[in-house]
Design a binder for this molecule. Structure first.
Ligand code: BDP
Length: 700
């Protein structure tokens, strides 16, 4: 049990009663139609039903009988007018489906129907998921369709197969062996993603190597697109803004130069010839050294629109990232907003602006980016990070479900109360032409895809929330645990709790109360709150925490950078006063004295210390809970997670001690007696930055 099957494990159902009910409900399958997508659906059912029920299924029946699992599109099932599919599927759209236990012609059947083939495939995965989680199907009536149109994974994979912020082996895309060798893993990748409804994948790093647009590479990309197509997954590419020069041999990449537009038009047409359903381009421009329109004195809108026009004839999308910050700004928090809000309404309809959930950069906790709610006329995509760049790489258990739902549920007040980020992204607040959500993923050649077995759960949570952003992280965790490990409640209950607490633990032992970015520069694994001397101030830790004798925190009120002014009125007011600022965001917005009194009655210093210690305690509790489930799952994964939790506990202690000792040099206050004392002095922890963590190189 090495985790390769992830949540698509179809081991025989060990609950006799549930199994018996399924056996009574269906005994053969009738799939109408034979497109590649329906073939994929049939193959999945063949493996799934055989595995779950332990018997071969008959897929050759020509007619409906009692116990038929009847599957098809509205068109293929048109003979069965009694089903009334036109009405049943009227709200299902191009990707939705229905699942029903019902009568047809006096016979009890199970029906999966959709308007399209891909809807059918999604319905098949839904049924299998219900069976994997032992749900009774009596009287079942499901109707489901995605709330967000483009549900896209972002791979930060380089062409040499090293993955930026990857931690799970090499890139899945074996460029050296493509197009000839079609690794079966590509199909399994597509299955896993389709099972959640992911319908797009950006294959390469946003720090884009221009060579991806060479013919050699496009031929390889084409093969991947062919493999993914039956599973409803479109391929996208990250492109480098200078490609016309680097690949095309032009003298300029000025977006307003006709030859540049012409070059991109031809390049796009060439790609569409190979890949008719190519998704489009993703661009990181004028950010962290990536080229962009600025060097030609053009705006983001001018740069994006030129590329958007190139893909528009084939209905392609142009996804432009809002992750920008210039060295001149006094507060990095403000930047993307200051840059993009004045350009709202200037982008083409097929441009999507991709915004990270928070204003800085995937920190363990951030307030929402004020761009959400401030762009009524620009299709706004939410970018989340699945890979644990700031959460202990593939070593720590840090289920991201709670972070994702927190991000989606933040109320922006853009159009009054209830204008949550999720609703904005799903175009329920403004009227967007296109909607999208993106997850930066760390999948690699590790047998279990993600390194830490539990990072699969964040991939899963992203996929499920991309389909339906209103789901709860707890329900998703339970579902994932049942499918990935066992349905045994003695396992599922405590480990759901572990997962739900794990993110908060990670916040507490790294950066509680709204502290942020205390990482060692470069690799982002270990603590270095003392970092002060780097080429750019906004890469240092002291820039973010501003700890000094008078207190700690970043003043973003009117007396400071006034970033708070970027939020809608009720939030601006709420965040302006430390008394009404939620404690988890306190030091994001305020610089407060060490003896500021907190809700708990402790001083700010006391609370900070308390949170750091609490973070470590939670990890120790997670360890105990994990120990308690020994024997309920396979030994392989039990031992692996156990060992990784040991690493996590050690790291958490190092984080806590480093931060508490360092901040103490500013607060000049003692660590209260009830807490265990750090084993070493601050100098020792400072040294660890250079010895214990092996910095991951940056590849740009
Ligand atoms: C940061 C990463 C960096 C990425 C950048 C981005 O540290 O490796 O290139 O985000 O999103 O989080 O472009």
């Amino acid at each position: 049990e090495d985790g390769y099957r992830a949540w698509l494990r179809y081991d025989k159902i060990d609950n006799a009663e549930v199994l018996k009910s399924y056996q009574a409900q269906f005994n053969h399958v009738l799939i109408k139609g034979d497109s590649p997508t329906l073939k994929a659906a049939q193959e999945e059912l063949e493996i799934g039903l055989k595995g779950l029920m332990g018997t071969e299924f008959d897929f050759t029946a020509g007619s409906v009988q009692g116990g038929t699992l009847l599957i098809g599109t509205i068109k293929e099932l048109s003979d069965f007018s009694e089903l009334n599919l036109k009405t049943l599927l009227s709200d299902s759209g191009p990707e939705g489906y229905i699942i029903q236990r019902r009568e047809l012609d006096g016979k009890e059947i199970t029906l999966i129907a959709a308007n399209t083939d891909i809807g059918v495939l999604y319905g098949v995965y839904h049924l299998l998921r219900m069976m994997q989680t032992h749900q009774y199907l009596d009287g079942v009536s499901v109707s489901s369709s995605p709330k967000i149109e483009n549900r896209i994974l972002n791979h930060w994979d380089n062409l040499n197969r090293l993955v930026e912020r990857g931690y799970a082996g090499l890139s899945l895309w074996d460029w050296g062996r493509l197009p000839e060798y079609k690794d079966p893993r590509y199909t399994d990748y597509a299955r896993l993603n389709a099972s959640m409804g992911i319908n797009g994948t950006v294959l390469n790093n946003v720090n884009a190597d221009p060579r991806i647009l060479n013919e050699d590479f496009l031929e390889k990309v084409e093969v991947l697109a062919d493999i993914f197509r039956p599973y409803g997954i479109k391929v996208y590419l990250s492109v480098n803004f200078q490609s016309p020069i680097e690949v095309g041999g032009l003298e300029t990449a000025d977006p307003l130069a006709p030859e540049v537009q012409e070059w991109w038009n031809e390049k796009a047409a060439d790609i569409y010839e190979r890949i008719p359903d190519f998704g489009g381009f993703l661009v990181k421009a004028d950010s962290e050294g990536q080229p962009g329109p600025f060097q030609y004195n053009r705006t983001h809108a001018e740069g994006a629109n030129m590329l958007a026009d190139a893909v528009a004839p084939q209905d392609g999308l142009l996804i432009w990232r809002a992750f920008v910050y210039s060295p001149e700004q006094t507060d990095r928090f403000r930047e993307a907003y200051d840059e993009f809000v004045p350009q709202d309404g200037k982008f083409r309809d097929n441009v999507l602006l991709q915004v990270k959930n928070g204003p800085i950069d995937f920190q363990p906790r951030e307030p929402f980016s004020p761009l959400f709610g401030a762009l009524p006329n620009t299709n706004t995509v939410l970018e989340l990070q699945i890979t644990q760049e700031y959460f202990g790489f593939a070593n720590h258990l840090a289920y991201q479900g709670p972070l994702f739902t927190e991000a989606l549920n933040h109320d922006t007040y853009a159009e009054g109360e209830g204008s949550t980020v999720g609703k904005i992204v799903a175009s329920e607040v403004f009227d967007y032409e296109h909607t999208g959500i993106a997850g930066v993923v760390n999948l690699g050649t590790d047998r279990n895809w993600t390194g830490h077995p539990f990072i699969q759960s964040s991939w899963y949570a992203f996929g499920r929330l991309a389909w339906d952003y209103t789901l709860s992280s707890e329900d998703i965790a339970k579902e994932w645990l049942r499918m990935t490990f066992t349905n045994n409640p003695k396992f599922v209950e405590p480990i759901t709790e572990v997962m739900q607490e794990s993110r908060e633990a990670g916040v507490n032992y790294r950066s509680p109360l709204g502290l942020t970015h205390l990482y060692a520069q470069g690799h982002h694994y270990g603590p270095a709150p003392w970092t002060s001397d780097l080429p750019r101030p906004d890469w240092t830790a002291v820039y973010y925490h501003k700890a000094a004798e008078d207190g700690i925190g970043f003043d973003r009120t009117e007396t400071g950078s006034n970033a708070i002014g970027q939020y809608e009125a009720p939030l601006e007011e709420k965040f302006s006063d430390p008394e009404t600022t939620p404690e988890e965001f306190l030091l994001w917005f305020h610089h407060l004295p060490w003896d500021y009194e907190m809700d708990s009655g402790r001083t700010l210093w006391g609370e900070l210390v308390h949170k750091y210690y609490q973070g470590v305690e939670t990890v120790r509790w997670m360890q105990e809970e994990w120990e308690s489930i020994e024997g309920l799952i396979d030994e392989h994964r039990f031992e692996e997670v156990k060992a990784l939790l040991e690493i996590q506990e050690k790291d958490a202690v190092i984080w806590r001690n480093s931060c508490v000792l360092y901040f103490q040099t500013h607060s000049n206050k003692p660590i209260p007696d009830q807490y265990e004392k750090p084993e070493h002095d601050l100098e020792y922890y400072k040294e660890l930055e250079k010895t214990r963590y092996i910095p991951a190189p940056r590849y740009y």
